[in-house]
Write a new protein. Structure first.
Length: 703
């Protein structure tokens, strides 16, 4: 009985306890929502799923409602999957059901990137031209021109000969994908309109003898040369093109010509148009002007607003056509060849206002950019001219010097032997940043108008270099001066070796001598590299000769022969010879060495600026038109000099060792793989040979 009572009591307790439960917890409210990602770039047709994160993580109701503020651009479904439908922008919003909290993602939809730009070029003639260039443009060799490959094209030259009579291009549709093009030639075609708004790197445009009734160049601020004659252009606004140096717009129908306000325009040919007047009062550097054949003001004159002194105009100048060498005024003796009907003078311009440095505390500061890890160390000193205190303070100067160093070591053999060099940078603070009228720079660089010549204060360069290295290391040092100007200039100044006594004594170390290589900044690192490799790597360090020539029929003169023999005694100019005998030229061993047979070596006439009587080893090279890499004899000279300077007289040159090394290391940099520039790329300037100073740097510096 007791047992039954106990069991009954236990059952009662269990029943009672099971009926007493904990109270239900209160539901957790949503406090925030976030969407990931917050921005999204999509191409039309693509889908992507967004994620909504609810806080707190234990919220009772995590439901969200997805919406798009532009469903025609980007639609979203209930799961947050976005579908790109059209170009544009849309904001996708996730709103919580509990509390109405919102978060969003901005979606940008673009057209899909084409696989092959050639498929987007409708004009068959333009397409055929592009196909003919695919050997250069198609860098991955897949037979298609990708957007990246199109953007890297720098030169487009479409049958630009003056007497071109081939098939005519009617449309340049597709040019917008060639965003990196610098030089665009399509003279003597049938193009009636063109959009160059995407071609912001353009510096040289030749579009003469087409059917262009208008052309917008407002998005091409880097333009230097414009040759648009022989079109039905009615207006030409060049106010945005402040770097223009040469304009040839003759034989159009221009009623309005707006020139840029700059100090770089040197040539303007606008004859045979419908202009009633012309304002050149802001073109301070103009040296060639042709504006005859315009109707003028309807009377009998053609007013030209200029800034010449009244007294410089010939007395009795009647409203008829004259050509006169007109002086620009007492402060500038450059002549102006002018063909006009009448000149209306205005007062000379006021002195220009340039930014002027005030803080010279960084001037002369030395930075070691690279220290040699092999040999005794070969010294390169980098410096710049035209860099103010603000350009040094904001890091522009340092970046420019770093870039110069990196460009120097892109070509072989320099790239593989980089560890043998010390590279120094010396800060040079200039009063002004421009190389213009009444400006001032620390190194006094002067840029020639007729050619690529650069001339500076060499002794000032030496003084700055001596802040980085001792005078006993200056004998074979190379100074590289970057001129802060976006032009096409470069000249190397070579000094007689310090240990050279009397010609024709032969030096122990070929190629000795101090050098200063000036080169302009250029429009971009590519242009800068072309000049730096030619002037600094070629002339300055390796003492290589120019391999180009000016006149096909000009035979080297006796004086030039004597000059060549004199510098050859220094161990210079080993890349050219005065004999055409394959068994006697300096590179004869390479001609019979099968290891070099694929490099196009031979005996080619032309070099040292002469068309005849001088021979070089390859059709093209850096020392000819700045492209194609250093040819084998040049690489041999570079390899030899680097080792001789790094290891001294104890190092002995061996051809077999060099040849084996060269086969293992030879390559061509992106700078040299680029398409050959051709004559048009340097218009209107010509090459400038190196300046050979018949004294050592010590003699000049001590004087």
């Amino acid at each position: 009985m007791k047992r039954l009572v106990c069991l009954f009591a236990t059952a009662v307790v269990l029943i009672v306890s099971s009926c007493i439960r904990d109270p239900e917890p209160e539901p957790v409210d949503v406090v925030s929502v976030s969407v990931s990602p917050t921005t999204l770039n999509m191409e039309i047709g693509a889908t992507s799923t967004l994620a909504a994160t609810i806080l707190p993580s234990n919220a009772a109701n995590k439901a969200v409602i997805w919406t798009s503020d532009a469903p025609a651009v980007a639609a979203v479904d209930a799961d947050g999957t976005v579908t790109a439908l059209a170009s544009g922008s849309a904001t996708i919003t996730a709103a919580t059901v509990d509390g109405g909290f919102e978060a969003g993602c901005v979606v940008t939809v673009t057209e899909p990137e084409p696989d092959n730009i050639l498929a987007l070029i409708p004009d068959p003639v333009f397409l055929e031209f592009c196909l003919s260039e695919m050997g250069e443009w198609d860098t991955d060799g897949n037979g298609a021109l990708s957007p990246a490959e199109a953007a890297s094209v720098e030169f487009i030259l479409c049958g630009n000969e003056d007497d071109y009579t081939g098939p005519k291009i009617a449309s340049l549709e597709g040019i917008q994908y060639f965003t990196g093009v610098h030089t665009l030639y399509f003279g003597n075609h049938s193009v009636t309109s063109i959009d160059l708004s995407n071609n912001t790197e353009l510096t040289d445009l030749e579009c003469y003898n087409n059917g262009l009734s208008s052309i917008d160049l407002s998005d091409n601020p880097k333009l230097l040369y414009l040759y648009c004659w022989g079109n039905p252009l009615a207006e030409l606004d060049l106010s945005a093109n402040t770097r223009l140096e040469s304009i040839v717009c003759r034989d159009n129908r221009l009623t309005s010509l707006i020139l840029p306000e700059n100090d770089t325009l040197m040539e303007l040919l606008c004859q045979n148009n419908l202009l009633s007047s012309l304002d050149i009062s802001q073109s301070f550097m103009l040296t060639i002007l042709r504006c005859d054949g315009n109707p003028g003001d309807g009377v009998s004159t053609f007013p030209v607003s200029a800034w010449f002194d009244t007294g410089s105009i010939p007395s009795g100048w009647a409203p008829s056509r004259y050509e006169y060498d007109l002086q620009k005024g007492s402060w500038d003796s450059n002549g102006l060849e002018i063909t006009v009907d009448y000149i209306q003078t205005v007062p000379p311009p006021p002195d220009p206002v340039y930014y002027t440095s005030t803080d010279y505390s960084a001037d002369g500061r030395v930075t070691l950019l690279q220290q040699a890890v092999e040999g005794a160390g070969i010294d390169i000193v980098l410096m710049g001219d035209g860099y103010s205190d603000r350009l040094i303070a904001d890091g522009t100067y340092a970046r420019t010097m770093d870039e110069a160093m990196e460009i120097f070591f892109t070509e072989e053999p320099y790239r593989s032997l980089r560890g043998m060099f010390n590279v120094w940078s010396v800060d040079v603070v200039s009063p002004n940043e421009l190389f213009a009228w009444k400006s001032s720079t620390a190194l006094g660089c002067r840029l020639e108008e007729a050619d690529t010549g650069v001339y500076g204060n060499n002794e000032a360069c030496m003084e700055y270099a001596l802040k980085a290295i001792s005078d006993d290391r200056m004998d074979n040092a190379l100074i590289i001066v970057t001129v802060n100007d976006p032009s096409w200039h470069g000249t190397c100044h070579l000094y007689k070796p310090t240990n050279y006594m009397d010609y024709p004594t032969t030096l122990v170390t070929p190629g000795d001598g101090f050098a200063i290589a000036y080169q302009s900044l250029g429009e971009n690192p590519y242009q800068r590299g072309l000049f730096l490799h030619h002037e600094a790597n070629g002339h300055g360090f390796a003492k290589l000769a120019d391999e180009y020539w000016f006149d096909d029929d000009a035979t080297i003169s006796p004086d030039a022969v004597e000059d060549y023999r004199r510098v050859s005694a220094f161990g210079w100019y080993t890349n050219i010879d005065l004999t055409s005998d394959p068994g006697q030229v300096k590179w004869w061993r390479m001609l019979v060495d099968p290891r070099f047979s694929w490099q196009g070596l031979g005996v080619y006439e032309g070099g040292l600026v002469w068309g005849r009587g001088v021979w070089r080893s390859t059709e093209n090279s850096i020392m000819l038109d700045n492209t194609g890499g250093f040819n084998a004899p040049s690489r041999e000279a570079i390899y030899r000099r680097i080792h001789q300077l790094a290891y001294g007289p104890a190092w002995e040159y061996d051809y077999e060792t060099f040849a084996a090394w060269d086969m293992a290391h030879y390559s061509v940099s992106p700078y040299s793989r680029a398409q050959t520039l051709g004559a048009g790329a340097v218009k209107p300037r010509g090459h400038t040979p190196p300046v050979v100073i018949p004294k050592s740097w010590r003699e000049v510096f001590n004087e």
